[in-house]
Design a protein around this ligand. Structure first.
Ligand SMILES: *[C@@H]1O[C@H](CO)[C@@H](O)[C@H](O)[C@H]1NC(C)=O
Length: 462
C-alpha cells in the first residue's frame, strides 16, 4: 500500500500519464502480436502458483515482483551486457530496471516482447550506440532513463516509436552537438516536451562544451564552419560564454532512481557542499561519506517531498538556522559521524514529522548551546534519537546529554574548570527549571520570524 502510494506519487509528480488498466487492455486487443504474447505468457505461467506480491528470483538472476498490479523486473547491477530476453519472465513487465550494468549497444528491435513497458531504466551503463529501431514497439513507454552512459549522438528517429514518452533523461553523456543531433535537439526544444533531455549538455564541439541541449540554437548545428575556422570559433561568437559553475549540479554528480520511489544517491562524491538543484520530487537523499562542512540556509528548500536525508560521515561543523527549512515531510535525518558540537537555535523547527534522528559520533559539547536540541527533543516525544553523548567538557565526557541537563536543572552543575566564553550564548547563571524553559521555548518557537533567542531574567528559588 505504502509502495503503491509512492509509485502513484512518483508518477503524478513526473507528470506521467499512466493508462488505466482497462484502457490498456483495450489497446492490447487491437494489437494481434501483443494479444498473442499475453496468451503465451498466461499459458507459460499457468503451472506456476507463486503469484504472490513477494519478490522472487528468476532467470537471469533478476528479481520479479508485482506492486499494485504492475510487474517490475529488477536487473540492476547484474553484470549484464545485453537486454535479457522478454521470454524469461512469467508476466509481461511494466517496469524494467537495468541500471548499473555493462550494456554497450542497443540493437534494432532489442525490446521485442517488452511492448507493455511504461518505464525503462538504462542509466549507468556503457551505452555508446543506440540503433534507430532499438525502441521499436515500446508504444506505451512514458519514462526512459539513459543518463550516465557514453552516448555522443542519438537521432530523432530513435524516439519516434515511443509516442507516449513524456520523461527522458539524457544527461551525463558526452553529446557531440553537431548536425546529426539537429532533429533530436529540435524535438527536445518543443515546449510540450518539457521533461525530455533536461540537463543534458554538449561535450563537443569545443565551442559548445557545457551548453545545454535544450538551449542550443538548432539552426547552428548543421551550418558549415567557415574554412578558416580551425574548430574553435572566434571569441566574438554569438554563443553565450560557458557559465562558471560554483556549485556542483546534483544531476551531474548524483545518481537518481525512480522506482519504487525517487531516490538520489550522492554518496562518496567528494562533495564539500550540498549540490545545487535537488529536484523537488526526491524522497530519499543520501549525501553520506562526503566532505560537507556547513549546511547553508535553504539548501533543501526545493526538496518538499524529502522523507529521508542522510548526512552522515561528513565534516559538518555548523548548520545554519534555516538550513533545514522546508523539510516538512522529513521522517529520518542522519547527522551521525560529523563534527557537530551543538545545533544552532531554530534549526529543527520545520521538522514536524521527524521520527528518527541519528546523532552519534559527533563531539557534542555539554554547555548551554546544547540545551536547545534537548528541549526540542522533549517537545517532540515522537522522535526516536540516538547518539547524544557529551564529548566535552571533560567532567561530562561520555555522559548522556540528558544527564547533564538534569544536573543542570537540579542546580548542581559539576565543577567547571573553565568558562567557554561565547557572545551569543545566554549566561548559564540565568538557567531555569524545565517547566519555565519549556514555556519559554514554546513561546519562542511560535512565530518563525521571531526565532532569535531572547534573554529572560528568571530568578531561581533555591
Ligand atoms: C546513512 O548512510 C550511512 C553510510 O552510508 C549508513 O550506514 C546509514 O545506515 C544511513 N542512514 C540512514 C538513516 O539510512
Amino acid at each position: 500500500m505504502r509502495l503503491s502510494v509512492s509509485v502513484l506519487l512518483v508518477a503524478s509528480l513526473l507528470g506521467l500519464l499512466l493508462l488505466p488498466s482497462t484502457e490498456a487492455k483495450k489497446q492490447n486487443k487491437g494489437r494481434g502480436m501483443k494479444g498473442a504474447r499475453h496468451k503465451l505468457s498466461r499459458v507459460r505461467g499457468a503451472g506456476r502458483h507463486s503469484r504472490s506480491d513477494t519478490s522472487r528470483i528468476v532467470a537471469p538472476n533478476c528479481a520479479e515482483s508485482t506492486e499494485s498490479g504492475d510487474v517490475f523486473i529488477d536487473c540492476q547491477e547484474r553484470h549484464l551486457n545485453t537486454i535479457p530476453s522478454a521470454q524469461a519472465w512469467s508476466k509481461q513487465p511494466k517496469h524494467l530496471l537495468l541500471a548499473r550494468n555493462r550494456i554497450k549497444v542497443l540493437r534494432n528491435r532489442i525490446f521485442t516482447g517488452y511492448e507493455g513497458l511504461t518505464s525503462l531504466d538504462l542509466q549507468q551503463n556503457e551505452i555508446s550506440l543506440v540503433e534507430e529501431g532499438a525502441f521499436q514497439g515500446l508504444t506505451q513507454l512514458t519514462t526512459l532513463l539513459l543518463q550516465h552512459n557514453r552516448l555522443s549522438t542519438l537521432s530523432e528517429e530513435t524516439i519516434i516509436p515511443m509516442p507516449n514518452l513524456g520523461y527522458m533523461r539524457l544527461y551525463d553523456n558526452p553529446w557531440n552537438c553537431q548536425c546529426a543531433m539537429d532533429s533530436l535537439v529540435r524535438t527536445l526544444q518543443v515546449p510540450s516536451n518539457r521533461n525530455l533531455g533536461n540537463h543534458a549538455r554538449c561535450e563537443e564541439p569545443i565551442w559548445l562544451k557545457g551548453k545545454k541541449l535544450k538551449q542550443l540554437e538548432a539552426e547552428q548545428l548543421c551550418k558549415e564552419l567557415p574554412p578558416n575556422d580551425q574548430g574553435v570559433r572566434p571569441s566574438t561568437s554569438p554563443q553565450e560564454p560557458i557559465p562558471i559553475r560554483t556549485k556542483p549540479e546534483s544531476n551531474a554528480v548524483c545518481h537518481t532512481y525512480l522506482f519504487p520511489q525517487v531516490r538520489m544517491d550522492c554518496r562518496n562524491k567528494g562533495l564539500t557542499e550540498v549540490p545545487a538543484g535537488i529536484p523537488d520530487d526526491v524522497v530519499q537523499l543520501d549525501l553520506s561519506n562526503n566532505a560537507i562542512r556547513h549546511l547553508k540556509a535553504k539548501e533543501f528548500q526545493s526538496a518538499k517531498n524529502l522523507k529521508v536525508l542522510n548526512l552522515s560521515n561528513n565534516n559538518m561543523e555548523h548548520l545554519d538556522t534555516d538550513s533545514l527549512t522546508g523539510l516538512l515531510q522529513l521522517r529520518e535525518l542522519d547527522l551521525s559521524n560529523n563534527l557537530l558540537q551543538f545545533v544552532q537555535y531554530g534549526v529543527l523547527e520545520d521538522l514536524y514529522f521527524l521520527s528518527q534522528l541519528k546523532l552519534g559520533g559527533n563531539p557534542w559539547v555539554c554547555d548551554y548551546s546544547i540545551h536547545y536540541m534537548v528541549y526540542w527533543l522533549r517537545l517532540h516525544p515522537g522522535v526516536r534519537y540516538s547518539g547524544l553523548l557529551c564529548r566535552s567538557p571533560p567532567e561530562y565526557t561520555g555522559e548522556k546529554v540528558e544527564e547533564y541537563i538534569n544536573n543542570y536543572n537540579r542546580g548542581c552543575p559539576k565543577e567547571r574548570p573553565y568558562n567557554r566564553p561565547s557572545a551569543d550564548q545566554t549566561d548559564p547563571e540565568l538557567w531555569n527549571t524545565p517547566q519555565e524553559l519549556q514555556a519559554e521555548l514554546e513561546e519562542e518557537l511560535e512565530p518563525s520570524h521571531l526565532r532569535v533567542p531572547q534573554k529572560y531574567e528568571i530568578f531561581r528559588l533555591s
